[in-house]
Design a protein around this ligand. Structure first.
Ligand SMILES: NC(=O)c1ccc[n+]([C@@H]2O[C@H](COP(=O)([O-])OP(=O)(O)OC[C@H]3O[C@@H](n4cnc5c(N)ncnc54)[C@H](OP(=O)(O)O)[C@@H]3O)[C@@H](O)[C@H]2O)c1
Length: 332
């Protein structure tokens, strides 16, 4: 490797049917320092469905290739401080005080090179001190999946202790976070999964009861956390009490479910969209994790040069929680 080079995993092409054909791990130039931005040595990152969408050509124009993938990072800043990278590059003022509403916002790896690399550069505002009670691997789970779950539950649905919450697709990164966070907040959590093994694990994260996808629940719920989309949407609406709230942040299985409008208006159900989180929400979530002892669910840790194995597990729906990717430490 060249002295100014680094190892990185990039999207170099897109394919709807064979997304891994556009994934390339190799040597690229290191990012340079620039005013107002910090260079972070990445210690751990994690894979999100967002990386798969980029490789499939969903929501990411081909003109922006090649680009280093990866939205989540925990590492060391130039002074050796342990940091978590807040992943939304945006102007809070342009979003009325909420950077997720800035029409020009970009998640790491959308317009700026991402975290599957030995180094990345982000606006210094995006660095958040990593608490010592979190490992780098745990910290790398938080910026996208965990904060999305936090915002869905507490900012959008405004859950309170005793609320009944259904989480669809228990094994997912966002879903496993939602189960853990809702249970820690005193909610009665029901979860569905296609896999018996994942249903078993969801109980250990705090779910009251788990069910195969689509099964009837013992009672209607106050809130549904939906990231699966088409495959679970009708069940989500059927499971929701009159006046209840469904928060949707993803649609892994498809974006065109039956609308079921009559049910929605007759039962006065609220359907709320949610995307990402603000920097203050990430900090608030860290305080909650400190107070409750809740920690991320990690499926496995892979070296960066084996990242394709992690992508394959995600494509096959075989993961439980988060897959961590660690670049090699730079040579002294
Ligand atoms: N809006 C945002 O800011 C935001 C942030 C993060 C993620 N997302 C979106 O949220 C979704 C989940 O992301 P993730 O990173 O958590 O992905 P993930 O870890 O791969 O989880 C996806 C989960 O969906 C479930 N699933 C998939 N296909 C299914 C089907 N046909 N029937 C039933 N369940 C199915 C699976 O659960 P089981 O195997 O347990 O059944 C799987 O574990 C993605 O679409 C992603 O783009 C959005």
């Amino acid at each position: 490797m060249h002295r100014d080079g680094m190892l990185a995993a990039r999207a170099v092409a897109q394919s709807a049917t064979d997304p891994l054909s556009g994934l390339k791990v190799g040597d690229v130039p290191r990012p340079a320092a620039r005013p107002g931005w910090s260079v972070v040595r990445v210690v751990a990152s994690s894979i999100n469905m967002h990386d798969v969408w980029t490789l499939r050509g969903v929501g990411h124009p081909a003109e922006r290739l090649p680009i280093i993938l990866g939205c989540d990072a925990a590492g060391l800043d130039e002074d050796g401080n342990e940091v978590i990278v807040y992943p939304v590059i945006a102007d809070p003022d342009a979003g009325g005080g909420d950077e997720t509403l800035d029409p020009d916002r970009a998640l790491l790896s959308e317009r700026h090179d991402g975290a599957f690399a030995q180094y990345l550069t982000v606006p210094t505002r995006n660095l958040i001190p990593k608490p010592e009670w979190l490992t780098f691997e745990q910290a790398a789970c938080l910026p996208v999946a965990w904060t999305t779950a936090y915002r869905m539950l507490f900012t959008q649905a405004r859950i309170t202790a005793g609320d009944r919450v259904l989480v669809q697709g228990a094994g997912g990164g966002v879903a496993s976070a939602a189960i853990s966070l809702a249970a820690a907040a005193g909610a009665v959590v029901y979860a569905t999964s296609r896999s018996e093994d994942k249903r078993e694990k969801a109980l250990s994260w705090g779910a009251r009861e788990t069910f195969p996808s689509g099964a009837k629940l013992p009672e209607k719920v106050d809130v549904v956390i939906e990231t699966v989309g088409e495959a679970t949407w009708s069940h989500s609406l059927r499971s929701l009490r009159p006046g209840g709230t469904l928060v949707v942040a993803g649609a892994t299985s498809g974006t065109n479910p039956p609308a079921d409008l009559a049910r929605v208006f007759y039962l006065q159900q609220r359907i709320l969209g949610s995307t990402g989180c603000t920097r203050p929400e990430l900090i608030a979530m860290l305080r909650m994790m400190d107070a409750t002892g809740v920690r991320p669910v990690i499926d496995r840790v892979l070296p960066l040069d084996e990242i394709d194995k992690g992508f394959q597990l995600m494509l096959d729906g075989e993961l439980t929680g988060k897959i961590i990717v660690c670049p090699p430490a730079p040579r002294p």
